[in-house]
Design a protein around this ligand. Structure first.
Ligand code: GLC
Length: 670
């Protein structure tokens, strides 16, 4: 909300003034060796600290005093950092690409739904080790408000763990266990908003002006009405509008999400300072990756949709530079579910590279995989993915198929038109297809937040959306009355096809480049939770369909040959294994989308400067398909070598590579 200030404070001058006192304090607190390393990091990033802070806050506060204060916060955190975590930092500074390795495999789950409590999660680590997991994302686990809390995204206390899950000490022990096993821990940091029960909000309601200024409050509807003209609604059904009248606050509070989630005023440097301290405190408990929740929403500007504003990026750049001075091993992951042309900026790809997040969800890939599966056609995916700018070499995507959120059908009109489709019609088709409302659909998911004009988002577990649920139980259940009744007949063939769809989708997730992230239960083909609405705190939000409790009886069946769970678990394990040895699949390498002569096949080449290329192909149809070997030769693979595939071998013939129905293949050259 600030405009460019007249006077630009020179970062180098500021550093020169600051350095002597910082060096003395740092050496005093950390010893000569670590103290000097701290100073070196400050020198290294000072530009990345000062420039964004100046643009964000110089109009509102004395920049030099702010920088001095924030460096003090960072130094205190460095001094508090436990030794085992400093050892990890040391390793990661030596090996900054540690998270880009092809052996990285992520797993995301709710602590309570997976293990009951944090202590319970610790007891289940062997299960994750069996899968080959090296990155564990636990869904929001800080103390939320009582009652509805948006799955933990309404935080009442950043300094405490949800008491139902355990304590901060439990979190530390879990992190230590994970580190011993070589697993990184990712935790959510909800920084766009707090719960209205957070202490900051309580103090604001009690009349403390300093905390009132933490939130965006308007005395009447004048400005809210102006903002609303260009603001979309995130939850139009369950939380319409973006402002909530709160008499104790003297007006309308900005609430992008639910009415109990109050947006913070990020133009206030005191908010920045408080969140910086929160990040450092979590890192000092052993958190390796902070998932920056809803990061596109941080900055508001009249006349815009208040997403992806340049200042939102500046905030993350400043947070990153500052946290890195104390905790060089900490990563940021952007949760930016935005249009493809807005996405890669969260990885720092601006006019020049400006270090920002290390990881970002590849929402485009996720949407396009589901789109290809429903349409049985990969051309739209190829077109849109080819347009996606590459991730900067020191960063990586998080590739995924499902998560705790709905699927928003972010297919652009431009991409659709490029393959002769109509964007709106295709988006409506996808929502209806996955809700089982389209003739011949194999999916049994649900519509989420349907708009009056017929577009909707999608809820459902991957196994359900791939047709595994329909294949196992063709009969309509009570709540299925609206569904088409000509679902495919259940037999082995239908289940086979559905399992293959799941495997092939995951084959892309595991080979497109980045950290593949499994959503809890997909490795066992867990289906939708039909009892989701029983919990009154979940009522109305059918995203709970795809947030089932872990079915440990099903998990036990992974060792019983012939069961669905054994089959799917083994398929995922094989993907993990096959990926591990492929240097070409390291994050930071490049992905080039290829154009095969078969519209059903998605093909791309992975390359890393130190490896032979790897080509991956996926067949999005229920028939055999094939591609000309010239495609592979053109991608640098003259003599294709099998790496991994549906059938465990290469099917070559008549100058073509053949792909089984819903099948995939990974190839490399000698
Ligand atoms: C993110 C979360 C989503 C939540 C929202 C508000 O988008 O993934 O579940 O509702 O932020 O915190």
């Amino acid at each position: 909300m600030s405009s460019q200030p007249e006077r630009r404070l020179d970062a180098a001058t500021l550093l020169t003034r600051l350095l002597p006192e910082v060096r003395t304090r740092a050496r005093g607190l950390l010893g000569d060796l670590e103290g000097e390393a701290f100073v070196a990091r400050l020198e290294q990033v000072h530009f990345d600290v000062v420039e964004p802070l100046e643009r964000l806050f110089a109009e509102r506060t004395d920049l030099e005093a702010l920088v001095r204060d924030l460096v003090g916060v960072v130094l205190d955190a460095a001094a508090d950092r436990p030794l085992p975590l400093r050892v990890l930092d040391r390793r990661r500074e030596v090996d900054p690409g540690w998270f880009q390795r092809s052996r990285m495999v992520g797993y995301a789950c709710y602590a309570d739904r997976f293990g009951g409590t944090l202590a319970g999660v610790r007891e289940r680590l062997d299960y994750l080790a069996e899968l080959g997991v090296t990155y564990l994302h636990l869904m929001p686990l800080l103390a939320p408000r009582e009652g509805p809390n948006d799955g933990g995204y309404a935080v009442a206390d950043y300094g405490a763990v949800d008491p139902r899950l355990g304590t901060m000490a439990d979190l530390e022990e879990l992190a230590a266990d994970l580190h011993r096993r070589g697993v990184a821990l990712c935790v959510d940091l909800v920084l766009n908003h707090t719960a209205r029960e957070h202490e900051w909000a309580r103090r604001a309601m009690a009349g403390d002006p300093a905390y009132h200024a933490f939130y965006l409050v308007f005395p009447d509807r004048t400005l809210p009405d102006q903002y609303e003209r260009t603001l979309p609604e995130v939850f139009p059904d369950i939380a319409p509008g973006n402002f909530t009248h709160v008499p104790e606050m003297g007006g309308w509070v900005w609430t992008t999400f639910n009415d109990y989630q109050w947006d913070l005023d990020h133009s206030n440097p005191a908010v920045f300072r408080a969140l910086l301290a929160t990040m450092l405190a979590l890192a000092n408990r052993g958190v390796d990756v902070l998932r920056l929740d809803a990061v596109p929403f941080l900055w508001k500007r009249l006349g815009t949709d208040c997403q992806n504003q340049p200042e939102a990026h500046l905030l993350v750049q400043a947070f990153r530079a500052l946290t890195r001075i104390a905790v060089p091993g900490l990563l940021f992951k952007a949760e930016a579910i935005v249009a493809p042309e807005m996405l890669v900026q969260y990885l720092g790809a601006h006019d020049r590279y400006r270090p920002e997040c290390d990881l970002a969800y590849n929402n485009q890939l996720m949407v396009l995989l589901w789109s290809s599966l429903a349409a049985r056609d990969a051309r739209l995916a190829a077109t849109a993915l080819a347009r996606l700018r590459p991730a900067p070499a020191s960063t990586g995507w998080v590739t995924y198929l499902r998560c705790h959120d709905d699927i928003g059908w972010a297919v652009s009109d431009v991409d659709a038109a490029a393959v002769g489709a109509e964007g709106f019609a295709h988006r409506v088709f996808l929502a209806r297809f996955y809700a089982g409302l389209f003739p011949g659909s194999f999916s049994r998911g649900a519509l989420f937040q349907e708009t009056p004009w017929g577009e909707a988002r999608t809820a459902g577990m991957a196994a359900t959306l791939c047709g595994i649920e329909a294949a196992l139980d063709p009969g309509d259940s009570a709540d299925d009355v609206d569904r088409v009744d000509d679902v495919d007949r259940v037999d082995g063939a239908e289940l086979d096809a559905a399992v293959r769809r799941l495997e092939t989708l995951y084959s892309v997730v595991f080979s497109f480049g980045g950290i593949p992230l499994l959503w809890m239960g997909d490795e066992l083909a867990l289906r939708d939770d039909r009892d989701w609405a029983r919990d009154p705190a979940h009522a109305g939000d059918n995203r709970w369909l795809h947030r089932p409790a872990m079915d440990w009886a099903a998990a036990d069946r992974r060792h019983s040959p012939g069961t669905l769970e054994a089959r799917v678990f083994a398929l995922i394990r094989e993907l993990v294994e096959a990926r591990r040895s492929q240097l070409a699949l390291r994050a930071g390498g490049e992905t080039q989308v290829l154009v095969p002569d078969d519209p059903h096949v998605l093909a791309y080449r992975r390359r890393h400067e130190r490896s032979a290329p790897l080509v991956a192909l996926a067949n999005f149809s229920d028939g055999w398909q094939s591609v000309d070997l010239g495609l592979l030769a053109g991608a640098g693979i003259a003599d294709p070598q099998h790496v991994h595939s549906t059938r465990g071998r290469l099917d070559l013939g008549q100058g073509r590579l053949h792909l089984a129905p819903w099948g995939f293949s990974w190839l490399t050259s000698r």
